[in-house]
Design a protein around this ligand. Structure first.
Ligand code: BT5
Length: 271
């Protein structure tokens, strides 16, 4: 059984200060295994869209493909339930979530960028990640549980070998926001982005995403998909969220998932 939630007054207040009212349930926990797991159980029980679960720390925080998300106290661990109508371009959701996180932290002075498909980076360091988990029935998506983790506190010690590849907002800005304030900001921006997406306005969202993307267009990149590695030049992102990768033979491969990284540019030829 999940532990009883604490009152989520701070987050609800921060939300309502921005948008007047937030109809769905908002839960905050001091400690959870994973906010996505808690929200999934609420989703299965019929919770309405925009139900929110947050936690100060997670003991079983997850990344994609069962990877671990290190979730020390003071970081933002947030999950929100969506029930997108049929026809919504779901491949854009992780991009949209990364985008609104990047916009929210940029508004606070951190020069964040997005990297396909789900990273929010500052330089080469990961500030935030997005995990979208969906449930389908009869060919239609019933719900999507969108999990967002943002490093807020400067707890580099918990990261061991990963310390050099992550960064927190506390290391980037003078006055990092309280988790509830950042969560509310992200949720309100996300609600607007999902409205656009559901009404079919993908192009403006993708335009904003491209503007904040790491500048790797035309550059050699590598995408790992399990045992397969694809190499090519990053060309663009399609309207369904797929990465367009131009292979060495000129063919363009549309990549829908994977871990992408920029390959170091070859040293200039000596003349
Ligand atoms: C992600 O996965 O980036 C998705 C992270 C989603 C976390 C949220 S927190 C709220 C909700 N509840 C959950 O249980 N999860 C979601 P991926 O692209 O697979 O990246 C995972 C990789 O990032 C790991 O293998 C590490 O290399 C690295 N990593 C782990 N924890 C990190 C952290 N706190 N900051 C930066 N990098 C981290």
């Amino acid at each position: 059984m999940a532990p009883a939630p604490e009152p989520a007054l701070d987050l609800r207040r921060a939300l309502e200060a921005r948008v007047g009212s937030w109809a769905a349930r908002v839960e905050h926990h001091d400690t959870l295994g994973s906010t996505n797991d808690r929200l999934r159980s609420l989703a299965v029980a019929g919770a309405p869209e925009w139900t929110v679960v947050s936690a100060s720390r997670q003991t079983q925080g997850r990344g994609r493909l069962g990877r671990r998300w290190i979730s020390p106290p003071g970081n933002l661990h947030l999950s929100v339930l969506l029930r997108p109508p049929r026809g919504t371009e779901l491949g854009i959701l992780p991009l949209a979530a990364g985008l609104v996180v990047a916009e929210a932290v940029r508004a606070r002075g951190a020069p964040a960028q997005v990297k396909w498909p789900n990273d929010v980076l500052v330089g080469d360091r990961k500030l935030a990640g997005v995990l979208a988990e969906a449930q389908s029935a009869g060919g239609a998506v019933e719900w999507v549980c969108l999990g967002i983790g943002v490093n807020l506190a400067a707890a580099a010690v918990e990261f061991g070998a990963l310390a050099a590849s992550r960064v927190s907002l506390a290391e980037l800005v003078q006055q990092p926001p309280a988790p509830a304030e950042l969560a509310a900001d992200v949720l309100v921006r996300l609600r607007e982005a999902v409205r656009e997406l559901v009404s079919g306005q993908v192009a403006p969202l993708l335009g904003r995403w491209r503007a904040l993307s790491v500048a790797w267009w035309g550059e050699p990149v590598e995408v790992e998909q399990g045992a397969t590695t694809l190499r090519g030049r990053a060309r663009d992102v399609d309207e369904d969220g797929a990465l367009r990768l131009e292979l060495a033979d000129g063919r363009v491969e549309r990549v829908v998932s994977g871990d992408a990284r920029r390959l170091r540019p070859l040293p200039a030829a000596a003349d």
